[in-house]
Each structure stands twice: as C-alpha cells, then as structure tokens.
Design a protein around this ligand. Structure first.
Ligand code: ZN
Length: 111
C-alpha cells in the first residue's frame, strides 16, 4: 500500500483513512476503506471528515465497513478445501496411465 495519503479536504493535514466514490448514475456516495491507489474521481478522507460526511441532497450514502474477520475462511471452509484437494490429488480415472499418482503440488498438512 502506498505511503499514507492526505485527506483531500482543503487545509486538512490529516492522513486519509477512507475513500469516497460518487456513483453518479445511482446518486449514491460510497464511503469505503482507503483505496489502494489514488483514483482521479475518488476523494480520500481522514477519519474526522469521513465521520462527518453528508451526501449531497437527494443522494444516498453507503458506508462500507468490511470486518477483517469475515474475510478469513472459517475452519469449516478450510476443512472443505483440504478435503477437495485430497480428493482431486489422487487420480481415479481408469484410463489414466498412472492411477493413484498425486497431482499438483498441494499437500494436506495435518497437525
Ligand atoms: Zn480531513
């Protein structure tokens, strides 16, 4: 991620923490986490300005607060993934010249 960017509000010295994007077609302002790269039609805002943001009259403001814990797979999903890898890593195709051979380079590591 780029070194901290400044809030785009005039005279504001604070570092930006959020990025505001206007979706003109839907009259919606979307306030989300700081974009990875500065975009020409987006506005970086500091925490203070982001929290006080009011959308233009007639516009809807959508605030995105992704919870980092929801971005991680659950233990169940990891178990499913491991099971899928295990199932697909051994060939069951009778026409395969080397049945039972492992495929790919992924291994299931048990604890
Ligand atoms: Zn600011």
């Amino acid at each position: 991620m780029a070194a901290s960017r400044k809030c785009s509000r005039p005279l504001c010295p604070n570092s930006a923490v959020s990025t505001l994007t206007y979706v003109y077609a839907q009259s919606t302002a979307v306030l989300g986490p700081l974009a990875t790269y500065p975009e020409p039609h987006c506005y970086d805002l500091c925490e203070s300005h982001a929290s006080r943001l009011k959308p233009p009259h007639g516009w809807e403001l959508v605030t995105l607060h992704p919870d980092p814990s929801t971005l991680r797979p659950t233990d169940e999903e990891l178990a499913d993934l491991a099971s899928t890898i295990r199932d697909t890593s051994v060939s069951t195709d009778p026409n395969d010249l080397n049945p039972g051979a492992r495929r790919g380079h992924l291994r299931v590591i048990r604890d």
